[in-house]
Design a protein around this ligand. Structure first.
Ligand code: GMZ
Ligand code: MG
Ligand code: ZN
Length: 177
């Protein structure tokens, strides 16, 4: 299967240092919804792996998070595409979970869901921890310059990381190669 694993905040939608705390604050980045739809229509299965410590911090509820993800799914469906699976880490940094990126629990959960290896599966993130979580289970890392990506690009990146301006550019590359 052609599987791709996307980070959410800063890749699909605008990120904020104050967290994305409501559907109103959940604003798609230009071209990202269409990019996800292009992948779907080309036969790709699109999964999302996202840290959502705002839940543990009490900034928003699971119901609000689900409303954001309903909005994402609706917008992609309007473009003829589909977000197939969303896995999130609800924990705080000091909860000691195994699913908060850079740990790979979300990625392993996605692999388990589809009963596939993640070797070579592209993963797209804006933070170093997104790439580290995916690379640890064999994913091919793609960094975008949206969200926190421009700052991340200044750091030491996992070997082989490809850098693109945004998700739309990553998708164009993937669909052309
Ligand atoms: O980029 P993804 O994984 O989809 O989501 C990131 C968000 O959960 C938030 O993660 C927080 O990190 P801490 O959880 O405070 O370390 C901060 O970086 C926020 O700016 C950001 O909105
Ligand atoms: Mg992010
Ligand atoms: Zn967790």
């Amino acid at each position: 299967m052609k599987l791709i694993i996307l980070d959410r905040d800063g890749v699909i939608n605008e990120d904020s240092d104050a967290f994305v705390k409501s559907v109103e604050e959940w604003i798609p980045l230009p071209g990202s919804i269409e990019a996800i739809a292009r992948l779907s229509k080309a036969g790709w299965t699109v999964a999302v792996a996202t840290n959502q410590s705002g839940l543990a911090r009490g900034y928003f509820s699971e119901e609000t998070l689900e409303a954001m993800h309903r909005r994402l799914r609706e917008l992609v469906a309007e473009q003829g595409g589909r977000v197939d699976l969303i896995r999130h880490c609800p924990h705080a940094p000091d909860d000691g979970c195994d699913c908060r990126k850079p740990l790979s629990g979300l990625f392993r959960s996605i692999a388990e869901h589809y009963q596939v290896s993640l070797n070579g599966v592209p993963t797209v993130g804006d933070s170093l921890r997104d790439l580290q979580a995916g690379v640890a289970v064999g994913c091919r890392p793609y960094l975008v310059r949206t969200g926190k990506g421009a700052q991340t690009e200044q750091k030491a990146l996992p070997e082989g990381t490809r850098v693109f301006d945004n998700l739309a550019a990553v998708v164009t590359h993937l669909l052309e190669n």
